[in-house]
Write a protein that binds this ligand. Structure first.
Ligand SMILES: Cc1cc2nc3c(=O)[nH]c(=O)nc-3n(C[C@H](O)[C@H](O)[C@H](O)COP(=O)(O)O)c2cc1C
Length: 158
């Protein structure tokens, strides 16, 4: 998608800043390409809660009114962060809009939670009628971390 001046939301959950640091790189790139970019964080009052029904979102970013989206979240307990799950379950339908998503995870290998979390991310986004254009995982303890971050930034083609 090569249109300039799109309204893009980068919507993330990030507790310790790894996901946010990647999101900031993506934002910089999109701003340099002439887009209007809003970086929004999802915050829960009870961030460690695993039970979706009990999660209380204290920052619940508006998802309406954008041309495209980037979603980012950490892997938690071999799954998509429950905070991102809770957010996506309640947010507005994405109406076929283009979406990229990425995960960060501690372990070096995607099979240690990343692959499963990514499946859950894609399912949750598909439930919201997202048109997923690309996905990636950044393995934080991998020797290739810098390369994986570059790949994730490159992936986003708005
Ligand atoms: C409760 C909890 C569970 C986690 N489970 C996993 C896991 O299953 N696999 C993994 O690779 N990393 C796991 N992690 C590590 C995070 O995915 C990783 O540190 C991530 O980059 C944190 O992102 P953030 O700094 O944006 O919050 C877990 C972290 C927490 C707090």
């Amino acid at each position: 998608m090569e249109n300039t001046n799109l309204k893009i939301a980068v919507i993330i959950h990030s507790k310790t800043g790894n996901t946010k640091s990647v999101a900031e790189r993506i934002k910089e790139k999109l701003v340099a390409r002439g887009h209007q970019v809003q970086l929004e964080e999802i915050v829960a009052g009870n961030d460690e809660e695993m039970d979706l029904a009990k999660i209380i979102l204290t920052k619940n970013p508006e998802s309406k009114g954008y041309d495209g989206y980037v979603f980012g979240a950490p892997v938690r307990a071999f799954s998509l962060s429950p905070i991102m799950k809770a957010y996506l379950s309640k947010t507005q339908d994405l109406e076929g809009k283009p979406v990229y998503c990425f995960l960060t995870q501690h372990f070096r290998f995607r099979f240690l939670g990343g692959d499963n979390a990514l499946k859950q991310f894609e399912l949750a986004l598909n439930d919201k009628s997202a048109r997923i254009l690309g996905t990636n995982i950044v393995n934080w303890k991998s020797k290739k971390r810098a390369q994986l971050i570059e790949e994730t930034v490159d992936l986003v083609k708005f």
